[in-house]
Design a protein around this ligand. Sequence first.
Ligand SMILES: Cc1ncc(C[n+]2csc(CCOP(=O)(O)OP(=O)(O)O)c2C)c(N)n1
Length: 248
Amino acid sequence: MKKQVPERVQHSKAGFCPGCGYGVVIRLIAETMEAMKLSDKLIAVVDVGCGSLILDNWRFDTVQAAHGRPTIVAAGIKKVRKENPVLAFLGDGAAYSIGLGELMHAALRNENIVTIVVNNGVFGMTGGQKSPTTIIGQKTVTSRSGRDFIRDGQPFDVMKALGKFDIAYLARGSVESVALISKASRYFQKAFEKQSKNEGFCLVEILSPCPTNWNLPPTDSIKMLKENFSVTFPTGEFVERTIGGKNG
Ligand SMILES: Cc1ncc(C[n+]2csc(CCOP(=O)(O)OP(=O)(O)O)c2C)c(N)n1
């Protein structure tokens, strides 16, 4: 059976690069909203990275925050719009580099928001510079000979960083296969269910290829995602708690 394109997704001229995973993630978000009947209520906060291209691709109420700040803008919106599901949508550079402080404190306060981070291992929008999640050995325009553990440090793993925090939900999915895409869809649904029960901070990271900045054809970048990224960043559910009582 052919799945219908969700009502809130539309095609646009200014789309993503061929083989980019963002389109899949966006569709999953729209499908989740449709399935949960939340399309009219969602307030999304996007970054200025590649994720901001969704402004041309989806029709949800959307606010754009400064680079790295979607989590904290989303937390503020949730405080005054408690009945609305609120989503912070950003890339790994935004979430784990310039916006890491905001992300950590939103998690420490168990803010009742859903954060979706698309992890492509680079600062995609600005030309593919090394990001906190660039994997060891990965070549980027600012790590020409590959990320080196001694020189550049280890890749940032949000599951390790937030895994012991008292938050509601932490999971990592990937767009590398149909099976993992289906799982990611369930992670999104779980996160929004938890938000509706005021359980607190939920973060779902999705591993995504960036063929343009990885300098690889789309099929090879899926291979790299499977063989390299998923090894450094295992997928699955890492935190699932029912804390309750957090009202926006
Ligand atoms: C305060 C500020 N610093 C830097 C930038 C430049 N900038 C815009 S997008 C971007 C990279 C975004 O990378 P990431 O968050 O990983 O998302 P991606 O584009 O890879 O999806 C940067 C550095 C900016 N616009 N504002």
